[in-house]
Design a protein. Sequence first.
Length: 578
Amino acid sequence: MGISLRDCQYLFRDYYTQGKELVVEGSQLCCELASRYAMNQDVNGLLAEGGDIVILEPAGPGVATSDKGNAQLMLEYDAGLAADGYRLVIGEDAKLVVAASNRRGLKYGLDALKQLLTVEEDCCRLPVVTVEDEPSFPVRGIIEGFYGVPWSFADRMDSVSYMSGHRMNAFMYAPKDDLYHRKLWREPYPDDVFTRIHDLKLECDKHLVDFYYCISPGNDLEFRSQGDFAKLEEKLAAMIAIGVRHFALLMDDIDYVLQGDNKQFLERSGTAHAYVTNRVYDYLAGCLPHFTLAMCPSEYWSYWNTEYKKDIREQLHPAVKVFWTGYFVFAPEIGRGHAEDNYSFYGHELWLWDNIPVNDCDKDRLFLDPVRGRSSRLGNYGHTAVVANPMNQWECSKITLNTMAHYMWNSERYMPELSWELSVREFAGELAEDMMFFCRQNLNSRLYSGGYPELDDALAERDLERLDAYFSRLEQAAVRLGGLDNAKFIEEAGPWLRRAIGDAVLWRAVRRQLENTPGPLAGKDVLKCLERCRSYGVRLGSDPAVRAAEALGIELPEMEAEIKAEKKAETKEEDQHV
């Protein structure tokens, strides 16, 4: 079954069709290649090998192959198309045209062709269509910028492949708890780690994803120290040597009130941060003909003007991009007013560091809902990039990140619920219905105050039969998802799946107490099941069994004092978090 017309009209910006279909014989679309894009005809890496589309490259410049295949593919250069944009034309005569202004646009056009292709009964079927598609933001991607255990390099490699397949073009390496990124920023990476970073950079190159090296020296940088700047330059030079051309200087989550010699030398933190960023910019300009530099200011959130922002606006090099997270660290909405205001306050291109679906302030939670509350016209208000900060659980992050990718590519048409549906279907296949039910138990409470209506209504009406059905469905969904053909998901989500089953068991214990020994104090059976739920160390956002017990008049003991203290400490950290 191919992609539906509804999905095509949503996923591609402009989709022109009159309902006609191209059908050619063969179990693969074998395309005779011609090119007016580049004389070297180089299409290596633009299509995965062994797929449903095969490109028959010519024997030499201007020489056609003897095997002409069953379709003709023309690649064209069109300078009028936006970077990463493309035009795809599928003709009734089996002539296919992909036009773009850069190599990534060619790739996205060929990816679109592959999406539209259906192979069945030894025939290739394609809609006769013209697709004109381009992104809302030039820079779209992921910033590994969370606290806690960093991703493995295997996760990072997979994330690069994932971004490439979802029209994202930037991977930003910035794990807070990588010692050599932040605490030991002066120290070179150990050889084995540096080799892996180099491999990651090569993987990015292979998939046409820009690798950004980010460094965070702000905790203890001495602004007058030539030695400190020499160490910083050595760190950057090592990255330049392996081909890195994109960088970010992060001054977030530090005590940015200047002290001692730093205060005597530069007086104010905004001046200091502009000074160090400009020195980095000048160093990069002396090493590279083309590069990108972004900086994350210490005041990366808020919606009012400050002296700090004024100093950045007036003193920072105009080519440097500036990160912000919206009007709050976890911003429920980012609308026109705040976007326009902060663009004027900072006076530089803004890059939205969107803290979705990051869960390092809620380590016992998964966030599995779509991005919501972002202006459809953010690109008109000084924003040229959107990057998402994912969860520590890479595989589980994919559900939200897919919706982020839809927003990044076409914010003007973005629809959260539809994107969520498409994302869950892509992730879970035949188990999409179970996955969606599980996702709906794990909403991001920091960004979305919408509740759990199915549970809420049943509790409000004290409808025990509906609650029985609800918890039965929760248990069945968790059991079935435990059999999903995705070992990485089962490993990451396992504690939450077990907690969901535990909640169903706890509900049945609550139900038995209501029927047999009604009273406000939880019985032994209920307490045993509650202890088992808490032993998993995680919780569902809906917290269904505990809410049900309390709503029906059964008193449950509070969490252990140490758990409560830990949650209190995490909440206190919130205002110091990206």
